[in-house]
Design a protein around this ligand. Sequence first.
Ligand SMILES: C[S@@+](CC[C@H](N)C(=O)[O-])C[C@H]1O[C@@H](n2cnc3c(N)ncnc32)[C@H](O)[C@@H]1O
Length: 424
Amino acid sequence: MSEIAITQTLGQNSDSNKIENLPKITSFLLPKEYELLPNASELFELEFAFYEYKFLLKSEIIERGAFFKTVDGIPTQHYIICSNNNPLVWKGRSEVTKSYFKEGNFSTGYATHGLFPYRGKFHPQLIKGILNILKVKPGDTILDPMCGSGTLNVEAAIIGIDSIGIEKSPFCTLMSKVKYESLKVFTEQLSRVETEINENYKILMSKKTLPDNFKLDDRFNVEKSITLLAFLDAMGYARRCSKGIDILFPTVLKRYIAQIDSFVHARDKLNLKIGKARFEIADARNLPLGNKKVDAIVTSPPYSFAIDYVDNDRPQLEYLGYDTSKLRDEMIGLKGKTKKEKLANYFNDMNMVLSEMSRVLNIGKYAVIIIGSNDIQTGGIRLETKVEEMALENEFVLDQKIVKPIKGIQNTMRDEYILFFRKV
Ligand SMILES: C[S@@+](CC[C@H](N)C(=O)[O-])C[C@H]1O[C@@H](n2cnc3c(N)ncnc32)[C@H](O)[C@@H]1O
């Protein structure tokens, strides 16, 4: 397009130069029948909204779009799911917390993502946007080989896609299972969880480690697991504030029940078909999967040693009866004494993970890696650049790179990179 044509398109030298007529930037990106969600204003969000508009039919945006409020005046399912919050979810929280969560209503705080605030978890709305760009569809199987709290699996399930979550930490696997299985509960089950709060509290407090009747065998009991996760959440919370676990546990559990109940109502109203998910405690460097078994991978590895995942979850892991020193040796990013040694181990491990990802992925399909660099910790090495180099050595090509800023003044990382690698 010539410069004159662009100027004309943008309306320069016309009435739109007047303040009262200034056009919204989104009017150049999207036709007026597409209404964005109220919080979609950052550049990466507009980028994702534009891709959804380009890649999906109107009916698909209504069913699985992550950045739109309405299309042709019809509310999207994402908007309905996020707007359905039970007032109990906010009860007893400070104004600051309330406004933080309300702001994140459409991006992080919906469905079962709010159960247990796992550090370093994905931004759920972004994951839905990625799944839309990848055009994954029911019948596909997608994988997160370091699934943490199971954000990918929850997002996939909500749009009816099957997934696998692999994770080394058994506490994370429990958390992921609870978040996923809670998507499928019935209101009567939630009522039972509520009636049994006091009785279960006594049982959970009766020992220093997990009592036998809470041990989860092959038959996953969702009611007990929701209760147990709330207990473990309250246990961590009690260490950070002045209140005791006896006060915190019922509050946290009631909030969990309210959050799940909000989703369950939206699920039934929208008649959602929840995709299947399975989780396994295993090592991303040695995946328990056959060759070419998955149709997409979306994952976020530890950002070198930015977070000590074992130390972070130590009270919960110990209560569940796991040996944390053994686990530490198997976790990516935690091995080594000096910074140099830690980085060398990290890159070695990441190379193994990329090789495994390449092995289990079908040719022509995508592995999306979300990663950020903490320059201070890495001595200036950019992890995204290293991962790019390693991916190229493992039969991947980089098709797209999107930058997402990280909010919050306490963060020493400014951006995360969303790298779209295609298996060749
Ligand atoms: C950035 S977090 C992932 C968070 C996740 N995307 C979510 O939404 O919760 C990285 C995860 O890698 C896991 N991890 C570390 N070493 C691993 C290994 N060898 N195999 C599998 N998972 C590992 C950590 O326990 C941690 O949960």
